[in-house]
Design a protein around this ligand. Structure first.
Ligand code: NOJ
Ligand code: CA
Length: 675
């Protein structure tokens, strides 16, 4: 008996050793269409990707270089691997969809150096039907303590010269216009970068769960014009990431779908983040808001104290009254606190002292009385450290005043010498803001943020962020061209909610009285390059749980089109992308979690367009009143942007709507079930 046991044990050992020596491992998506392979040889660790049996990414490097020690990318062997899978559904606290399917196959590969320090590293692949995420883990081990990464060797070696939509890599800003170019012409890129492949399917490279690490930008690899390498944003000393074992990297993500619209519907980024860590989320509340904001951007008001100071008690109360009357929950004021006169100087703000014409306490009380949620503003001017030193003072002040949302901003360079907005130092700062705010039950809307990578799942008080060329650029530059909005959902939008701040009705404000040019980008010709109907449609197309109607309230008074914003839902049961072509057009529909109304937003670039929209998304056997906000016969973003036609008709799920979009136009519809 003993001998038989021994025999079996030896057999098992032989079996296991031959298994663990295996150096090519493969994992496929649940629907078997996406396949990831990892290959370990003496010289390198490579991964490759196939879609529908066709190679998409050919063998590409994995590994790291460090300060002071040898790179971890060669002379490695597979010492173990594990296949697993999961198929569950989880619920969002708020979002585009209430329920999210999380269905993937996983491969975890354990690697160890064959000799020398015998360091260990794991690589984990999760393969979904809509893409792949992979990450590195450096486990706790004897020969590694502090880790100082000088280069992450991850590469993306495309086989063909696909078309890319991207903004060039930038360590401080994502506020740029997207470019369309063949991969061979892309020198560097921020992520998400999105591709229409020569084989007709779509893909996007980004990252998920960017925590305690540096932002990944992409840099064209030397000697291969179809290949990118990961280029992490550095610390002032050139090191990219400073950490300790055990550590794990963000997920490197490659979304892959047949249609462009399916990229926008993909939940891959959220699925690759950790579940909600906040026990009590009852205080978190998606909402619409207005604010004293646009006047400063078009130069009719100022952030600083003076004759044209926007944020005074009287004006803010007017905004609170308007909000309360028009089903808008939030009111923001910018330029309420001292320091704006010291713009550009170090630590200009103390973040808590109001200007003499602004009574914060009185305003907070007035808002409460009117059932309005006052939104605080912390502009740091790049003084992140000084903000962080004062978290408790600032967030407790807001908490005590009953303020539940704070908009943050980091305009200008980061004041800590040599730090970039997107390096590990700032990634950790943005993370600290969200955690500290959560302690005080405060939601965050971050401008000049780190890019969205799905952290909102783990900390659902991280509501929304900018990180794109938003509405403000129309106030003081040549503005955002009509195709900008038809690219954003397929690129920046894949990361998560965007505080674009749509809703300008006076699209020709350049004629506004007393307008003062306040920066060099303003040549006096600025305007919003869309029709009004498109402004309405953007509220549906560009998802954000905090949606700002950004115009001056006087431009909303007595405007029938404002009813769409009044009626607009803030949180969604389900969202669908009905159609879309990157840079040309997109149509999105969302079902209101609260009352079963559906909302549709459809937008086009500079070309007019007729679209047919099958209403199959509506509930069967229910008739709906469609309230339609459309471009008129002669509407045109350039020559006649303000014309809008409002009409109603009865529809049901069997119908097909003919939608006519003007050049630079759009259409917004509310569908109300008829009882
Ligand atoms: C830039 C932000 O994006 C904008 O919304 C804000 O008004 C200004 N900074 C001033 O804080
Ligand atoms: Ca900005």
């Amino acid at each position: 008996m003993k001998n038989i046991c021994k025999f079996y044990f030896l057999l098992l050992l032989v079996f296991l050793t031959s298994f663990t020596k295996k150096n090519v491992l493969t994992v496929r998506s649940p629907n078997k269409q996406i396949e990831a392979t990892i290959e370990v040889s003496d010289d390198a660790v490579h991964y490759s990707i196939k879609y529908k049996n066709t190679p998409f990414i050919k063998p590409s490097n994995l590994g790291f270089e460090f300060t002071g020690v040898k790179a971890l990318n060669k002379n490695l062997e597979v010492i173990g691997f594990e296949n697993s899978n999961s198929n569950t559904t989880w619920s969002q606290v708020w979002g585009e969809n209430k329920e999210i399917l999380d269905n993937y196959n996983q491969l975890k590969v354990e690697l160890q150096e064959k000799d020398g320090l015998k360091r260990k590293m794991n690589i984990i692949f999760k393969v979904y039907d809509d893409g792949i995420g992979f990450r590195y883990e450096i486990p706790k081990q004897q020969n590694i303590d502090n880790i100082s990464i000088t280069k992450e060797l991850t590469e993306f070696n495309f086989i063909k010269n696909h078309t890319a939509w991207y903004i060039p890599a930038n360590f401080d800003s994502y506020e740029m216009l997207y470019k369309k170019a063949p991969i061979s012409d892309v020198i560097s890129a921020n992520t998400p970068i999105t591709f229409e492949t020569t084989d007709g399917f779509f893909a996007s490279i980004h990252e998920a769960n960017l925590t305690n690490y540096a932002d990944m930008t992409l840099l064209k690899s030397e000697n291969n014009s179809f290949s990118f390498q990961c280029n992490l944003v550095p610390w002032p000393d050139g090191v990219k990431v400073k950490t300790k074992a055990p550590m794990e990297t963000p997920w490197r993500t490659i979304q892959i779908t047949d249609k462009a619209s399916e990229l926008v519907e993909s939940n891959l980024i959220l699925n690759l983040n950790e579940p909600n860590k906040l026990e009590d989320t009852s205080w978190i509340e998606p909402m619409k808001y207005i604010g004293i904001w646009w006047g400063m951007h078009i130069g009719t008001q100022t952030w600083t104290l003076g004759e044209r100071h926007g944020a005074n008690t009287f004006n803010t109360k007017k905004y609170i009254d308007f909000a309360s009357k028009h089903n808008i929950k939030g009111v923001l004021t910018e330029g309420w606190n001292t320091g704006w006169e010291n713009w550009g100087k170090k630590d200009a703000f103390d973040f808590v002292t109001p200007y003499e014409d602004f009574n914060l306490k009185e305003i907070a009380e007035y808002a409460k009385l009117k059932n309005v949620s006052y939104i605080g503003h912390v502009e740091t001017g790049g003084a992140a450290e000084s903000f962080q030193e004062n978290f408790d003072k600032i967030f407790s002040m807001y908490h005590d005043l009953g303020v539940k949302t704070v908009k943050t901003g980091y305009a200008g360079g980061i004041q800590t010498k040599g730090q970039f907005h997107h390096g590990q130092f700032m990634v950790n700062h943005y993370d600290a803001v969200v955690k500290s705010a959560a302690k005080y039950h405060i939601m965050i809307d971050a401008h000049e943020p780190i890019k969205a990578t799905g952290i909102r799942r783990t900390y659902p008080n991280m509501m929304t962020r900018e990180g794109a060329r938003g509405m403000e650029w129309n106030g003081w530059s040549s503005g955002n061209p009509p195709d900008h909005h038809t690219i954003l959902p397929f690129t920046r939008g894949l990361g998560g909610p965007l505080d674009y701040t749509p809703g300008i009705f006076d699209v020709l404000y350049k004629n506004a009285k007393n307008r003062v040019k306040w920066n060099d980008l303003d040549d006096g010709t600025s305007r919003v390059n869309t029709t009004i109907a498109k402004q309405l449609a953007l509220f549906v197309v560009l998802y954000s749980p905090l949606q700002m109607a950004s115009d001056l309230i006087e431009n909303y008074e007595n405007q029938p089109a404002f009813k769409f914003i009044e009626d607009l839902g803030v949180d969604w049961e389900v969202s669908k992308v009905v159609n879309g072509k990157i840079g040309d057009y997109i149509t999105v529909v969302r079902k209101d979690k609260l009352n079963g109304n559906w909302f549709l937003g459809s937008i086009t670039n500079e070309n007019e367009r007729d679209l047919k929209i099958p209403l199959t998304f509506l509930e069967k056997d229910t008739n709906y009143r469609a309230e339609i906000y459309a471009d008129g016969e002669n509407t045109n973003w350039r020559t006649n942007p303000q014309e809008i036609e409002i009409s109603q008709k009865e529809v049901n799920s069997k119908g097909v709507l003919d939608i006519k979009l003007a050049a630079g136009g759009g259409q917004a519809i509310r569908f109300v079930p008829i009882k």
